[in-house]
Write a protein that binds this ligand. Structure first.
Ligand SMILES: NC(=O)c1ccc[n+]([C@@H]2O[C@H](COP(=O)([O-])OP(=O)(O)OC[C@H]3O[C@@H](n4cnc5c(N)ncnc54)[C@H](O)[C@@H]3O)[C@@H](O)[C@H]2O)c1
Length: 373
């Protein structure tokens, strides 16, 4: 018997709608312990709220999120708003006694993230941060293989997320391109958590970073754009049994030809693995025997939480978003087991420490040590 969980969404834009869609086909998941229902949405935009009129069971549509938080029927709140609003709204959600799936970057900067963390610690609520790409079956295979110790001495790690969303100069300026609303960290806050989730979970937190940051068009229709668009973070990370290993973290909104490519590669002396969402059912593994060999495996729809979808098919963004929510609910219920868990508040804080050091590195043109204490 699965327990009903009532969810409210604050911020009914791009991501708020994706969540409505994930819950709308929850029956596709086999053996879910929960039955989530989106019962209310808050958004300052009447147009954004209008869209949710077609979502069955979504009865509260309000422009004031405090109305949603006052609803005692709501157990969990998902917040997907511009970064300058994270701290205030996350804090209000916790004060209202709700559990929270927050969006990255979990506060506009390090100071905001620290304040959110201390609120989380005092609230006793279950809180996680969104990052769905590691729920691609290929990404999970890379994670499992990298944790197995079978790669020998790890030689290098590469984790990245490439968009080309900013290549068109006529695309209008929006909040993601302005420091006041996106944060000074720009693309690091926009795409960085996606890139750090798997390495951090493997215990690979950079000791130091040398950053190369690039800006895009300074002005677009509708306004000034002052955030970093591309980031290459050259880091050193301590890997157990391998010593210091170079790890490159790449986040780009100006990557020619890439619409939405998340990837991870881990290479060692004995073995390696790589996965990219460009080929969503394909895993590449490296092995070294009498000959060196890259093998391509079509793993299909081998998701962590099983669904009705045939194993030969390929997974996509809506599927992994649903997997991430399944992990959130499972961990909240204490039944995560061997499944890969969502980003913890601590991991979100670590990412801010790394991004803060990256900004310092860009300014000084030097490698910066990072202290996670
Ligand atoms: N996990 C992912 O893959 C992913 C993808 C894109 C964005 N995001 C994150 O999700 C968050 C939102 O991004 P988005 O792309 O959905 O943005 P968006 O601009 O599409 O939507 C944001 C919504 O928030 C609403 N809003 C603004 N102020 C509000 C307030 N005070 N109360 C209620 N609603 C308010 C806006 O009207 C808008 O509808 C950000 O933190 C972003 O980094 C995550």
């Amino acid at each position: 018997m699965s327990s009903k969980i009532n969810v409210g969404v604050i911020g009914g834009g791009l991501m708020g709608r994706e969540v409505a869609s994930a819950f709308g086909r929850w029956f596709a998941l086999n053996d879910s312990h929960v039955n989530p229902a989106l019962i209310g949405v808050a958004d300052v935009s009447a147009d954004a709220l209008d869209w949710f009129k077609s979502v069955p069971g979504c009865i509260t549509l309000t422009q004031d999120y405090r109305e949603l938080l006052a609803d005692s029927e709501i157990d969990v709140v998902y917040v997907a708003v511009p970064h300058n609003l994270h701290e205030k709204i996350y804090t209000d959600v916790l004060d209202a006694g709700k559990d929270l799936l927050a969006e990255k970057p979990f506060g506009i900067d390090l100071e905001a993230a620290e304040r959110i963390l201390s609120k989380v610690a005092n609230s006793g609520r279950f809180v996680r941060c969104s990052s769905e790409f590691p729920y691609f079956p290929g990404a999970q295979r890379v994670y499992n293989a990298a944790s197995s110790g079978k790669f020998g001495r790890i030689l290098e790690v590469r984790s990245g997320f490439h968009h080309s969303s900013d290549l068109d100069p006529n695309k209008s300026a929006n909040w993601k391109r302005q420091s006041a609303t996106c944060g000074e960290i720009g693309v690091l806050g926009d795409l960085g958590m996606h890139v750090c989730h798997v390495p951090f979970r493997l215990g690979w937190k950079p000791n130091s970073v040398y950053a190369q940051l690039q800006k895009g068009y300074p002005e677009r229709p509708g306004g000034i754009c002052d955030t970093w668009d591309n980031a290459m973070l050259h880091t050193w990370v301590e890997v157990e049994g391998s010593g210091e290993v170079p790890m490159r973290l790449e986040m780009k909104r100006l990557a020619p030809g890439e619409t939405d490519t998340w990837f991870i590669e881990v290479l060692g002396t004995e073995g390696g693995a790589k996965f990219s969402t460009k080929n969503p059912r394909t895993l590449w593994t490296f092995s070294r025997g009498s000959e060196q060999k890259w093998s391509r495996i079509d793993i299909g729809f081998d998701t962590s939480f099983k669904t009705i979808t045939g194993g030969i098919f390929e997974p996509g963004f809506p599927d992994v978003l649903m997997q991430m929510w399944a992990a959130f609910f499972a961990e909240r219920e204490g039944v995560l087991g061997e499944h890969f868990g969502c980003v913890t508040p601590d991991e979100a804080l670590f990412s801010h420490k790394l991004f803060g050091a990256a900004i310092e590195s860009q300014k000084s043109n030097q490698s910066i040590s990072i202290n996670y204490e």
